[in-house]
Design a protein around this ligand. Structure first.
Ligand code: GUN
Ligand code: ZN
Length: 646
């Protein structure tokens, strides 16, 4: 099994997952096939939906003498007539529903291996939401013990070990950590079906986050039994890679149709609110009038079209950098999902989400409602504003919201103020305080908010503004007279200098501007836009400012300054000795060669590449967070931009 991260957004990711029967692009849905009753064949699913992997239940095959013999003789791929990757489950869920599973936990793992399953599942203990903490702990202990005993039996098969722990986050996290320490390959989050059936999405989110915290970030995560597309965006944004669906068939059996916004009874629809091939072929009435069995098949197909379409939307959102927008929009359709989103406002969760949040995006941050102000990118901005930004002067002029970027909008007043007094200029925006010198940085200029925002956002912005102004001499911009003073200041503050210093400190950490800009500066601006492009210090090109996100790209000379003046581990990615010659040739840093990394580095951050003696090898841009760099065995950790030949 090879699992490699290709693209990312929020805590979601597009990964390639290579199995002996083919490669799957995640996030992906595994439709559940019951070998006894296949209403749609795997081949048809492959053709219609691009299904790349499916799941079936090995316990059903094991219990049925005919199926069992066929599977043992010809393999599960022949049994299902599918040549792509097949995952098998173990009977845990049957035991939870019917309570009559008698198979030995190791026998069922060996059986899955012997029938050629690509991903087999241990016989875990389904931890129900109603369990006491003591019972949940016992289920976790037994699940971990079974996992430990199952690993040596897995053979060439990948082994899935579900994370249990009921609704107790500390047990979920502990279970995840213990399972991650074993040589398991795949981590479903188990025991969550009852939470989903009862729309307890807030608890579901707590379960996912707790599990993710404890899991090896380089392994695939599956949300076991989640087949409703309404949940997919949020679950992906929290780091789930796989889903499985028997819901498509169960709902169809009940005359119910799935949509991204929920479920509709066919009988209640006068028109089909969908353009899938099924809904384009039939009217609601025609679908309603179909013979029962045929109706079920058509509804199942519709349910699968909608489910696979939602995953396409999610992958497009990850690629485009608008996954949070999608999550918030989708959550607005269901109050229980809104409660689930609210869980993400808790500081501990925000902190975890922030650690994998991309440093920047190519698309703007769009406001969708009261949750937007709690996005990890804005949380990061607020945190850094108070830890990395140090205003030049205590006197602070506060401007009302204006057009972005603010320093352009208020350019005239800004010049006037600069000539009259030493003051920090800040906009009281819906995002919170925005000092002029930071206004081009992602996500400040690259955000679209309505003129009037909701009360939650106003409250957050106000709170941050008050905090920002503590101890300052505050002047409202309206109080600044429009006539120039007679005696202009002799030494005015250079706003370009102020901007590059503030951006460097926000981006690289407080102290970075002093490390980068140590001598005479030359700031080169775009003739067309007037924006800062390149910064030279002592005649050396140290950084370029990107037009898209107002952040710096580090040049080798700049890297050398930061390396000299900032102590290890700051901004460093440390590579093993064997990788050094490759980095020196300009090759990218593969995750498996990373031995350490500054914990403050985030995906898409500029970084210094050093060897184990802290010798600078080059500069580049990270693709992974520290814990991911240290866990992944495949893929690129840092894209090298410039390197120092030996
Ligand atoms: N299917 C749905 N939930 C679960 C679970 O917790 N464990 C297993 N093995 N299968 C499941
Ligand atoms: Zn449809």
């Amino acid at each position: 099994m090879v699992f490699e991260l290709k693209e990312r957004d929020a805590a979601g990711r597009i990964c390639s997952f290579r199995t002996p029967h083919g490669t799957v692009m995640t996030p992906h849905l595994l439709p559940v096939f019951n070998p006894n009753k296949m209403m749609i064949t795997p081949k048809e699913m492959q053709q219609r939906f691009g299904m790349q992997v499916l799941i079936t239940n090995s316990y059903i095959i094991y219990k049925d003498p005919v199926l069992r013999t066929k599977a043992m003789e010809h393999g599960v791929h022949t049994l299902l007539d599918f040549s792509g990757p097949i995952m098998t489950d173990s009977g845990t869920f049957q035991n939870y529903v019917y309570g009559d599973v008698t198979v030995d936990p190791l026998d069922i793992v060996r059986f899955q291996r012997d029938i050629g399953s690509d991903i087999g599942t241990i016989l875990d203990i389904f931890g129900t939401p109603g369990q006491t903490m003591t019972d949940a702990e016992a289920s976790v202990n037994e699940t971990v013990a079974r996992a430990a005993h199952s690993v040596p039996e897995k053979g060439p098969m990948s082994l899935a070990c579900p994370v249990q722990g009921s609704v107790y986050p500390h047990l979920r996290e502990q279970c995840a950590r213990r399972l991650s320490a074993l040589a398991a390959d795949f981590f479903p989050i188990g025991g969550v079906v009852p939470l989903m059936e009862n729309q307890r999405y807030a608890d579901l989110v707590r379960c996912i986050l707790a599990a993710k915290r404890g899991l090896d970030p380089s392994k695939p995560v599956h949300l076991f039994g989640c087949g409703h597309p309404m949940i997919f965006p949020l679950a992906v944004a929290l780091g789930c890679d796989f889903f499985d669906s028997s819901a498509y068939a169960k709902y169809a059996n009940d005359g119910r149709m799935m949509f991204p916004w929920g479920t509709e009874k066919l009988d209640g629809l006068s028109e089909l609110p969908c353009c899938c091939p099924i809904c384009s072929t039939y009217t609601a009435k025609e679908l309603h009038n179909l013979e029962a069995k045929e109706q079920i098949v058509q509804l199942a197909l519709h349910n699968l079209y909608v489910s696979f379409a939602e995953l396409k939307t999610i992958r497009a959102a990850i690629h485009g950098g608008w996954l949070w927008e999608l999550v918030e929009q989708r959550a607005a359709v269901n109050p229980a999902l809104m409660d689930a989103l609210r869980v993400l406002r808790e500081p501990a969760h925000l902190e975890w989400l922030e650690h994998v949040e991309p440093a920047s995006r190519t698309t703007a941050l769009f406001y969708t409602g009261p949750q937007t102000i709690y996005r990890p990118a804005l949380y990061r901005y607020h945190q850094r504003l108070f830890s990395r930004y140090h205003p030049c002067c205590s006197t602070t002029v506060v401007f009302p919201e204006g057009t972005k970027p603010y320093s352009f909008f208020y350019a005239q007043q800004h010049r006037q103020i600069a000539s009259q007094m030493h003051a920090t200029c800040v906009v009281y925006s819906s995002l919170g305080p925005v000092p002029f010198e930071l206004d081009e940085m992602y996500p400040l200029a690259q955000s679209v908010f309505p003129e009037t925002v909701d009360g939650d956002t106003q409250h957050v912005a106000q709170h941050l503004m008050e905090q920002f102004l503590v101890g300052k001499t505050v002047i409202s911009s309206g109080e600044i007279h429009t006539v120039p003073t007679e005696k202009p200041l002799r030494k005015t503050i250079d706003s370009d200098h102020q901007r590059i210093s503030a951006v460097a400190d926000m981006q690289f950490g407080y102290g970075a501007s002093a490390a980068l800009f140590t001598g005479p500066l030359r700031i080169i601006k775009s003739k067309k836009t007037g924006k800062i492009r390149n910064v030279l210090c002592n005649g050396q090109h140290v950084v370029s400012m990107r037009a898209e996100d107002g952040c710096f790209t580090l040049k080798l000379q700049g890297g050398q300054c930061l390396h000299t003046h900032l102590p290890s581990p700051l901004l460093r990615v440390v590579v093993a000795d064997d990788a050094v010659p490759f980095i020196r040739e300009g090759k990218s840093v593969f995750a498996k060669f990373v031995t350490d990394c500054d914990p403050a580095l985030r995906p898409y951050d500029e970084c210094l590449i050093v060897d184990t003696d802290d010798t600078l090898l080059g500069v580049g841009r990270t693709l992974l967070a520290r814990d991911e760099m240290l866990a992944f065995r495949q893929g690129v950790a840092v894209k090298t931009r410039e390197s120092i030949p030996s």
